[in-house]
Write a protein that binds this ligand. Structure first.
Ligand SMILES: C[S@@+](CC[C@H](N)C(=O)[O-])C[C@H]1O[C@@H](n2cnc3c(N)ncnc32)[C@H](O)[C@@H]1O
Length: 452
């Protein structure tokens, strides 16, 4: 590892005292590898990498450490959304959710969401029928977020590509907002040397300013009594405790204690409730998380836009209907040639949101209507509610699955003219169609795997 900035070393020595030596040793040790399973896709399948699984992540029921880092790119199950590769500390979000959510469906905003680690965890752990709005400001990163969300296969979800200030007008709209803030990344020093080279005291100040700006922009969008979950991957108190204290003095809010049994997690100095993950104490990267509850504010009302006209009712094509779940809980929509479904109880909100923020994906896209015919969408292949029993399926071996994911030609006996779902270990990967004597591979060009 390249040498650490002296000002960082000095601060950590002061902060950790006797523990600092073991902390610095941990920074040059190997990062643990961990994955989090998608409960909707893995309930009836074997666990991935059975030979490599070592133990469960103590604070996450779907999280597992692996004994070594495999080539994830060459595992079709990753591309089918059966699991997400996520460093273990971040999975503490599950403990937070268990405490601050109940059974009532919520509206949740994940403001800084790309590439989607915490969003996929939220999707799996929010109360049933909750809506997750997963936002990323940087366009190229928003595309990666969208890809990972589609692979996860949930439908109570919207992906937006907006600056945080676009949410200011949605007063009181969200019961919970996660701000996994862009930060100085000290917690990633072990994994990413770029974080070390980019570190400077000036950059710390810029990060702190940006965090305050993001939080100011989004605070109004939090409902009265709602929770703000704030996290960073840095040890810098200026971006952690100081930010939480700034929220408490700037807004009418309280610091929320998260009860847990993990003695290796380091609490913030009393009376603030904040939680530090240090790599010499917990198996994972550096992380900080704190929860703030909003005390005041106005409840959300959807202002009727002057020009908003109700969308005409959309009728789904008869050949697609059997592939979908019970449609009484969904509202179909059509946007250009794209046909999709939205959770009915959130459809009006999603339409309203579209007038405020840049929606790039919503619900589940199920197909494209071209000249009266429906071409199934790739997201339908990855949808966890796809009624596989009504689909022609072709289970393939590892070699064929990888050829498919590289968008190469694959060969097998297939019924003429039918859409066929390619599955690997029962997990849907995408569509092919037999035309003449070849099978057309419909894997999205921009998602194909290139090297491994
Ligand atoms: C720590 S990362 C988020 C990681 C993500 N939550 C996950 O679990 O996969 C912070 C994100 O904030 C985004 N970001 C950068 N500048 C921002 C800004 N000014 N406002 C909001 N988000 C920003 C970055 O592009 C990055 O994707």
């Amino acid at each position: 590892m390249i040498s650490l900035p002296p000002a960082f070393t000095e601060r950590m020595q002061q902060l950790l005292g006797n523990e600092s030596e073991t902390f610095f040793q941990a920074l040059v040790s190997e990062s643990p590898t961990s994955i989090r399973l998608n409960p909707k896709k893995t309930a009836n399948t074997d666990l991935p990498f059975p030979a490599l699984l070592s133990r469960q992540v103590p604070w996450c029921s779907n999280g597992y450490y692996l004994k070594e880092r495999p080539s994830f790119t060459s595992d079709p199950l990753l591309h089918g959304g059966a699991y997400y590769v996520q460093e273990a500390s971040s999975m503490f979000l599950q403990v937070v959710l268990e405490q601050i959510t109940g059974d009532t469906p919520l509206r949740v905003l994940d403001l800084c969401a790309a590439p989607g680690g915490k969003s996929t965890l939220l999707a799996s752990n929010l109360p049933k029928d909750s809506l997750l709005v997963s936002n990323e400001v940087i366009k190229s990163r928003a595309s990666i977020l969208k890809e990972n969300i589609i692979k996860w296969g949930y439908d109570h979800i919207v992906v937006t590509n907006s600056d945080p200030n676009r949410f200011t007008g949605l007063k009181g709209a969200f019961d919970m907002i996660l701000v996994d803030a862009p930060c100085s990344g000290e917690g990633m020093f072990r994994k990413d040397e770029k974080a070390i080279t980019e570190w400077s005291e000036n950059n710390l100040r810029l990060c702190e300013e940006r965090q305050r700006r993001i939080l100011s922009d989004v605070w109004d969008a939090l409902a009265p009594g709602g929770y703000l979950v704030y996290s960073t991957c840095t040890y810098n108190p200026g971006e952690n405790e100081d930010i939480l204290n700034w929220i408490l003095t700037t807004f009418d809010a309280s610091s929320v204690e998260i009860r847990h049994n993990f003695t290796a997690i380091t609490p913030s100095p009393f009376p603030l409730h904040g939680y530090h993950f240090y790599p010499h104490k917990t198996s994972g990267e550096g992380l900080f998380m704190g929860v703030i509850q909003k005390n005041d504010g106005t409840p959300f009302t959807m202002k009727k836009e002057k020009r908003a006209t109700p969308s005409p009712a959309v009728k789904l094509p008869a050949d697609i209907l059997p592939l979908l779940p019970d449609m009484t809980k969904y509202t179909p929509y059509i946007a250009g040639e794209t046909l999709g479904i939205l959770p009915k109880q959130h459809a009006e909100f999603i339409q309203y949101l579209s007038s405020k923020a840049g929606v790039i994906y919503k619900g589940c896209e199920i197909g494209e209507c071209i000249k009266g015919r429906t071409k199934p969408a790739h997201s339908l292949a990855l949808y966890h509610k796809l009624q596989q029993k009504h689909v022609i399926r072709q289970e393939v071996d590892l070699t064929t699955a990888l050829q498919f994911l590289r968008k190469e030609d694959i060969r097998f006996e297939a019924p003429q003219g039918e859409w066929i779902l390619i599955t690997y270990k029962g997990i849907g990967l995408g569509w092919v169609k037999e035309v003449g004597n070849r099978v057309n591979n419909y894997y999205p060009k921009e998602w194909r795997i290139r090297q491994f």
